[in-house]
Design a protein around this ligand. Sequence first.
Ligand SMILES: Nc1nc2c(c(=O)[nH]1)N[C@H]1C(S)=C(S)[C@@H](COP(=O)(O)O)O[C@H]1N2
Ligand SMILES: [Mo]
Length: 321
Amino acid sequence: MLIKRNPNGIDIPFGSEITPRAIFESRRRFIRQLAVGSIAGGALLDAFAQAPGGQKLAAKPNPGFVVMDKPTSYKDATTYNNFYEFGTEKDDPARTAGSLRTRPWTIAIEGEVRKPLTLDIDSLLKLAPLEERVYRLRCVEGWSMVIPWIGYSFAEIIKRVEPTGNAKYVEFVTLADRKQMPGLRSPVLEWPYVEGLRLDEASHPLTLLTLGMYGEVLPNQNGAPVRIVVPWKYGFKSAKSIVRIRFVKDQPQTAWSISAPQEYGFYSNVNPNVDHPRWSQATERRIGEDGFFTRKRKTLMFNGYSEVASLYTGMDLKKFY
Ligand SMILES: Nc1nc2c(c(=O)[nH]1)N[C@H]1C(S)=C(S)[C@@H](COP(=O)(O)O)O[C@H]1N2
Ligand SMILES: [Mo]
């Protein structure tokens, strides 16, 4: 992965200052509106305004899973993407992912489970109540976004398939179809794109089985019709357009760690104190904040999701990067 530095890169420290009252107040208003479910009247309005009438997807806002940062605009979130199956430039997926057929779509959930499941997308949509959650997404390249996702905890799936005692990890496998995905012609990664989590990470309530964003079904370039979102890890752990989920005994070989094991570890927790071998991870550029006085934000430990820290007690996070 290449890193592009903000050409305006004026470093203004963020996060250490006292939050200005006006911002604080508007954040509180935002939370209150989420809590009462009047999402269209909230601060998300800006972000939603540009959504071009994709298929609507109703979901109940879950105020327990909402970051207070202003959501990224729909336009930025759908035109600045990493989805190498559709090309390696940020604007490639928006241009080329129209060829992805998202229906019919089945997802097989198998491996070390008592009750394997093969579900079509409609069954997946009905498996558990859909929630709206606003998460930060931090790419390993040094930029971030804030996205209102729709889905439910992956734990809902785990509950239903009943993992056996041998299940220690979960592997997520993306579709790999040369007819639909022009990027597969390039050997930039080994296909299919595979990602993985430890079973306890996959079971954490933050881990979101994701079916929509901004009030609609997922756009193709964002991983339609179903992806995973793991907000405390670098974005590449959040595999898109998943066709197979396997519960396994051994730690999965993942696409990025096969391509560059010294650079992309299995864990890949967001961590400002562990630099990528080729760049610092201490700060990030929030997409959409590109004014002359752009302020670089401080990257937060676990991307701000400190509740996951107990998953890693006793582990050296420099070693298990
Ligand atoms: N199948 C697949 N999933 C993927 C990728 C990819 O190339 N292929 N890129 C990852 C990376 S590097 C990031 S940062 C996020 C970007 O998600 P977004 O485009 O929805 O913001 O998707 C992740 N999931
Ligand atoms: Mo990324």
